[in-house]
Design a protein around this ligand. Structure first.
Ligand code: ZN
Length: 243
């Protein structure tokens, strides 16, 4: 199987459409979504519609969860909360029940899908470094775990033999037997690694290879819609620099 893996769309329709059209050329069997379909951006309903139409499975992100549950909203900063309440107002009952029904984690193929971390998925902790990753490898049994949440693409590995962990900086990574992996495809709709291109991954299970792919999209239009919607300016401004 070849999988297209997408995460952290954040209501950015322009970026999502571009990624889905790039995936058409990648000959994938299934597209999977790691959550945070909504939050920050101006097109929550359209993004939910496209994920439901195009993705074989999706898991719940903290923004998806908070759009339909009040209990973690106290952890959101004021701007993120403002965008969340704006999103809540725009979603219809059916869209809300879709978000409420998303699983926190899901197995697919030979890997696990979870938004934040496999060890404590509902604590929404972040995996930024190999040191962070090391703590989370015991949280899953599969050979690989795909996560989102940081908005930064990354491939972490851990040796089954001696537990040593590290980070692969390449865009195309072979996943050797004897190693387990935590892979972040980066963010479709709000990249934060200084590259404004929408980010996603293609995972070829048989070839044991994962590739992180970036595609430029019309960040100007996505950004203009955020401003016109009256959402906090910073969510518009950061799109052009991928910050
Ligand atoms: Zn996110």
């Amino acid at each position: 199987m070849r999988y297209g893996i997408i995460a952290d769309i954040h209501s950015n329709l322009e970026a999502l459409e571009k990624v889905l059209s790039a995936l058409e050329g990648e000959n994938v069997d299934e597209i999977l979504c790691l959550g945070d379909i909504v939050g920050y951006g101006a097109d929550p309903s359209e993004c939910i519609r496209l994920v439901r139409e195009k993705c074989a499975a999706a898991v719940c992100g903290n923004h998806d969860y908070a759009a339909v549950n009040a209990d973690i909203r106290e952890y959101f900063n004021p701007d993120a909360l403002e965008a969340l309440l704006w999103t809540e107002d725009r979603l219809n009952k059916e869209e809300k029940s879709y978000l409420a029904g998303l699983d926190i984690q899901k197995s697919a193929g030979d890997f696990l899908m979870v938004h934040s971390s496999p060890l404590f998925p509902k604590e929404w902790s972040y995996i930024y470094t190999a040191v962070d990753a090391r703590k989370h490898f015991p949280g899953f049994d599969e050979g690989a775990c795909f996560v989102g949440h940081t908005h930064i693409p990354a491939v972490f590995f851990c040796s089954e033999k001696n537990g040593s962990c590290g980070f692969s900086p390449e865009e195309r990574v072979f996943l050797p037997p004897g190693m387990r992996h935590i892979i972040n495809p980066g963010s479709v709709g709000q990249p934060r690694d200084g590259n404004p291109g929408a980010s996603f991954a293609v995972y070829d299970e048989a070839a044991r290879e994962v590739e992180i792919i970036r595609v430029p999209y019309d960040a100007g239009s996505a950004s203009k819609k955020i401003l016109e919607a009256g959402l906090p300016d910073k969510f518009a401004l950061r799109l052009e620099g991928g910050e």
